[in-house]
Write a protein that binds this ligand. Structure first.
Ligand code: ASP
Length: 366
C-alpha cells in the first residue's frame, strides 16, 4: 500500500475542511509573534514564569547561579508567590472552592531523572509545590490527592494553616450572595447532553456563561548552564470550583511537562482546555520537532482553539474561545517564549540580563 506524502495529506485534509478551522487572523498574529519572540534567540541559563512570577524567576536564577539544582530553585521561586496573601490565585490568599475552602494543586518535574511529583486538592498546606517535591523525592508515586496529600504533608512536617484570608473570604461571600449564574454546574441550556445522556446537536445547546470564570496560577521552568531543565506549577485553581475539582496544574503533561532532551513547558488559564489537549506535553513535542518556543506555544493554542469549537458554550460568535490560556516554553539551551490565546498577557523571565516581564505573543486580538 502506498502512503500519501505528508504534504498531500495536509492539502487533502485542508480541502476537506478539517484544518480550515483557524481564522486568518491567527496567521497574521503568528507572523507578528515571530517579531515579538526575541527570547527565542536567547541562549544560556534562564528561568521563565507566568506574569506574576518576576520575583520567582529572579530567585530561581540566583539559586541556580549558587549551584542549586533547578528543581529546588524553581520550587523556592514559586514559594514566594505561594506565601503572598495578595496573590489570590496561589497558596495563601487563593480564592476558595464553592464551599469556601481553599484547595491547592501543584506538580513538579526534574528533567535529569524524568521523575515527577504532584498533589491535588490539598487543603491547609501553604506550600503545595514543596509537598509535590517531597512526592518526587521520597516516593515511588507521582500524584497524591485530597486528604491523603494533606496527611502526607503533615507527616513530612508541614504545619496545617488556614489559607482563607479575610480578602478571599469576602470575595467568596460576594460570589455566594450574588447567587451567581457563574458556577461550574451547567444549566440545562448549557449542556451538550440531554438529561438521559444523549448528545444534543441543537444550535441552541451550550450557550456561554454570562460571566467569565476566574483563573490564576504560577508556572516556573528553569534551565542551568549544563542544560538540565526542571519546572513547577502551583495554584489554588479555578475560583469557586466544585469541591475536589482538579485542574491542569498537577497533571503531568497538562499544566507542566519536562523532557530533559528538549526543554519544559507550562500552562495557566482554563485548565479544562489544557488537560483535554495535553497542552504542556504538546508544547514540548512541538519544540522537539523544531518549532521555536513561541511557535510551540502558539501551535498548542491553535489546537485548543480549534477543538473548542466543538462546544458551543466555549466560543464567541466568531468561533473564538471565550476563555484564556497562556503557554510558556523553555528550550534546554535557554531559548524561551510564551503565547496567550488573547492579547494583553505578559510573562516573566530571568536571564543574565536580570528579571523582567515581556509581552506574550497571542492568537487573537481583544
Ligand atoms: N490552570 C489553572 C486551573 O485550571 C488555573 C489558572 O491557571 O488560572 O486550575
Amino acid at each position: 500500500m502506498t502512503h500519501p506524502s505528508r504534504r498531500s495529506f495536509l492539502a487533502a485534509a485542508a480541502a476537506a475542511g478539517s484544518l480550515a478551522a483557524i481564522p486568518k487572523l491567527v496567521y497574521a498574529e503568528r507572523t507578528r509573534a515571530r517579531r515579538l519572540a526575541a527570547g527565542d534567540d536567547h541562549r544560556g541559563p534562564c528561568s521563565i514564569s507566568s506574569g506574576n512570577g518576576v520575583r520567582a524567576v529572579a530567585k530561581a536564577r540566583d539559586r541556580i547561579r549558587e549551584g542549586v539544582d533547578p528543581v529546588i530553585a524553581v520550587v523556592e521561586g514559586v514559594g514566594i508567590v505561594e506565601a503572598d496573601p495578595n496573590d489570590t490565585t496561589v497558596g495563601l490568599g487563593g480564592l476558595p472552592n464553592e464551599d469556601g475552602v481553599v484547595e491547592l494543586d501543584s506538580s513538579v518535574m526534574h528533567g535529569p531523572t524524568h521523575k515527577a511529583g504532584a498533589v491535588a486538592s490539598i487543603r491547609d498546606i501553604l506550600h503545595p509545590a514543596q509537598v509535590a517535591l517531597k512526592v518526587l523525592q521520597t516516593t515511588d508515586h507521582v500524584l497524591i490527592v485530597g486528604e491523603g496529600a494533606r496527611r502526607f504533608a503533615i507527616a513530612h512536617g508541614f504545619e496545617p494553616t488556614n489559607l482563607l484570608t479575610p480578602k478571599a473570604r469576602e470575595a467568596w461571600l460576594r460570589w455566594k450572595r450574588s447567587n451567581s449564574p457563574n458556577d461550574d454546574w451547567l444549566d440545562d441550556d448549557q449542556m451538550d447532553w440531554t438529561p438521559d445522556g444523549r448528545e444534543r446537536r441543537s444550535a441552541d445547546a451550550g450557550t456561554p456563561d454570562p460571566v467569565p470564570f476566574t483563573y490564576g496560577t504560577i508556572h516556573c521552568g528553569a534551565t542551568d548552564a549544563a542544560g538540565n531543565v526542571s519546572a513547577v506549577t502551583t495554584t489554588s485553581g479555578l475560583s469557586y470550583k466544585i469541591p475536589g475539582r482538579v485542574g491542569d496544574s498537577p497533571i503531568i503533561g497538562a499544566g507542566m511537562y519536562v523532557d530533559n532532551e528538549i526543554g519544559s513547558a507550562g500552562a495557566t488559564g482554563r485548565g479544562e482546555a489544557v488537560i483535554q489537549s495535553c497542552g504542556s506535553y504538546s508544547a514540548v513535542r512541538h519544540m522537539g520537532e523544531g518549532k521555536l518556543p513561541t511557535e510551540a506555544c502558539l501551535a498548542v493554542l491553535e489546537e485548543i482553539a480549534t477543538r473548542s469549537k466543538r462546544q458551543r458554550r466555549l466560543v464567541d460568535d466568531e468561533g473564538r474561545p471565550n476563555f484564556n490560556v497562556v503557554m510558556y516554553a523553555l528550550r534546554k539551551d535557554g531559548a524561551y517564549g510564551s503565547a496567550a490565546m488573547w492579547s494583553g498577557a505578559s510573562f516573566a523571565v530571568a536571564t543574565a540580563d536580570g528579571a523582567r516581564r515581556e509581552p506574550c505573543a497571542h492568537l487573537f486580538e481583544r
